[in-house]
Design a protein around this ligand. Sequence first.
Ligand SMILES: NC(=O)c1ccc[n+]([C@@H]2O[C@H](COP(=O)([O-])OP(=O)(O)OC[C@H]3O[C@@H](n4cnc5c(N)ncnc54)[C@H](OP(=O)(O)O)[C@@H]3O)[C@@H](O)[C@H]2O)c1
Length: 280
Amino acid sequence: MRVTIFGASGLLGQALMDEWDGDAVTGLNTRDADIRDATRVQEVVRETRPEWIVLAAAYTDVDACESNPDLAFAVNRNGALNVARAAKELGARLLFLSSDYVFDGKKTTPYEIEEARNPQSVYGRTKAEAELKLLELMRECCIVRTSWLFGAGGKCFPDTILRLAASRPALDVVNDQRGCPTYAVDLARAIIQLCSKSADGIVHVTNAGNCTWFEFAQEIIENTGLATTVRPVTSQQMARPAPRPAYSVLSPTSLEAFGIEMPSWHDALRRYLERRKLSS
Ligand SMILES: NC(=O)c1ccc[n+]([C@@H]2O[C@H](COP(=O)([O-])OP(=O)(O)OC[C@H]3O[C@@H](n4cnc5c(N)ncnc54)[C@H](OP(=O)(O)O)[C@@H]3O)[C@@H](O)[C@H]2O)c1
């Protein structure tokens, strides 16, 4: 199978490039093809002639999206549409990465795929609008919503916590946002399986279980044996430009329908921290 990955230099993209065996995979970054450039996107898709396109490219700085909405929509919605049009022209299948931020976070039980989108941030709106436009253009498109990604080769929460913990005796971490941490390696493996199963429709893919950022930080510190204290605070105390959903746990039902089960986030975190220790 021929596969083309947009966003191959990102956190997920690198994991996809590492994990994808046995198929002919082409990885692209912004320099290879800026997804805002429809002509260039069409060219690379014609050149690489993929059976599957994985669209992991996005403007992912959630706070910066609030002050740069034009750029956010140009990349995350219009860019996605450029890729989808090129995929459709060539008859390639498309798997698009979306986010838990399409939901408003007002629920207290896991979000199923059919629940109403109600994004609260610019980033969330770009993803929600992209989803709708893609499904309109290509009904057989596969949309993978994920959340709280961590892993090697990008900005990630465990790295930030460990960097701060190295120089501070105590850290304040929000305890009123609950979600599902997701290891890029586990997400990559699930995406590869979804493509091999010709998946379509919306699928929620996260590690199993959920926690708050505070609980996540506590477990990172416990795993590494540091003496740093983690203190719970509210989102109001740690105000950020973009509003975050208070609860964005994604239900695994849609993934289980494909016979795929994800490891728990506790196990995923342990594996990531071990790998990080070995490579340092
Ligand atoms: N990170 C999370 O917590 C999270 C949560 C939910 C969903 N997601 C979604 O999962 C996907 C992967 O996220 P990630 O964390 O791996 O992203 P990331 O590390 O920020 O990487 C973004 C990738 O997109 C590429 N890119 C950015 N702008 C581009 C453009 N205009 N044209 C072409 N490529 C462009 C970057 O290429 P360069 O290196 O060349 O800039 C990079 O390869 C994204 O769709 C994201 O929205 C992420």
